[in-house]
Design a protein around this ligand. Structure first.
Ligand code: COI
Length: 329
């Protein structure tokens, strides 16, 4: 079976070579740097499987062409799957999976954003550049004195909860499918979403982007939160209604915001756009606030996670063929 991997970056090359060498007999793989698109899809003639990540948008049109070309397996080597039209893939009889690389890199990043937001690191670092070493406006808060709401207790939300345990804060959790062991854990309480909004000083979002979760943090949700709430989002920008968020930062309903993701970040994050006119006004506007920290979707970007994405992403093709893939969607 011939496999093509899309979006290969130089930092993935070593893991790619290892995973290619580990493929069972009868499989071969090659790779390109570009995402899969309408422009390059015809080069897939003769391939039965592809490995992609989030820049390869599997729209209904692309899926229809994949089906015509005889592609039967799609392995997406990231956790989020909002770039894939799942109903179209399933209707086409194509098998599809995502990858669950270790959650600790993303969880550590979320904790880092929480601490940076609470300790006002952005204005502190900014000011140092102009020899302003004053304390005014930099008074921080301690996580241990706070109630932290964790939305989504999948692998990443759970790792965040594990790390938060070391800070001594009160932890509220929300998930439509609560985990029994977490529910039984001292210091963690599963609550309804409204209660989490009402009682949390800091809310961190770890839910996947799906139709049912798009804009889950909208004006109505924000209105239910505490005044001065701290919001952290390392999942997907579209989970949040960005206009509502801007209003909430302006009115100081949201006291601090840290996001590693942003609505319509595609074509901006992970690219060098230094000399370009970028048209994402909301991103430029939000970024100017001293209490808003934006990073460029790098929570996943660790040595461990990059290796795992590539190796598991490739190994998942024979795993799907043999019916032993644990992350089929
Ligand atoms: C994911 O794995 O879902 C991520 O967010 C990282 C990916 C976009 C490279």
């Amino acid at each position: 079976m011939k496999i093509k991997l899309y979006e290969l970056r130089p930092d993935e090359q070593a893991a790619f070579s290892r995973a290619a060498a580990a493929l069972p007999d009868g499989y071969s793989i090659d790779a390109v740097a570009e995402p899969l698109s309408a422009e390059n899809i015809d080069a897939l003639a003769g391939y039965e499987a592809i490995v992609i990540t989030n820049k390869s948008l599997l729209t209904a049109d692309i899926v229809a062409r994949l089906q015509q070309l005889g592609v039967r397996y799609v392995s997406s080597r990231c956790v989020g799957f909002n770039h894939i039209d799942l109903p179209a893939v399933k209707a086409a009889g194509i098998r599809v999976c995502n990858t669950t690389y270790p959650p600790y890199g993303v969880a550590e990043f979320a904790i880092m954003l929480m601490l940076m937001a609470l300790r006002k690191c952005k204005p502190a670092i900014w000011r140092m550049q102009v020899n302003d070493y004053s304390l005014e406006g930099l008074l921080g808060r301690e996580l241990r004195t706070m109630t932290v709401g964790v939305m989504g207790t999948g692998r990443i939300g759970r790792a965040v909860i594990d790390y938060l345990g070391g800070f001594g804060c009160k932890i509220l959790a929300y998930d439509p499918y609560p985990a029994q062991d977490l529910a039984a854990r001292e210091g963690v309480e599963y609550v309804g979403l409204d209660e989490l909004y009402r009682d949390s000083d800091l809310i961190t979002v770890h839910v996947p982007l799906m139709d049912s979760t798009r804009n889950i943090i909208d004006a109505g949700a924000i209105a239910k939160m505490k005044d001065g709430v701290v919001l952290i989002n390392v999942s997907r920008g579209e989970l949040v209604d960005t206009d509502a968020l801007i209003d909430a930062v302006e009115s100081e309903k949201v006291g601090a915001l840290a996001m590693d993701v942003f609505e319509d970040e595609g074509g901006i994050y992970h690219e060098n756009r230094m000399n370009d006119i970028i048209s994402n006004r909301k991103m430029a506007y939000l970024r100017q606030f001293p209490n808003v920290l934006l990073t460029n979707h790098i929570a996943f970007y660790t040595d461990v996670d990059v290796d795992s994405m590539v190796e598991d992403g490739i190994a998942n093709i024979p795993a799907m063929v043999e019916g032993r893939c644990t992350t089929e969607l």
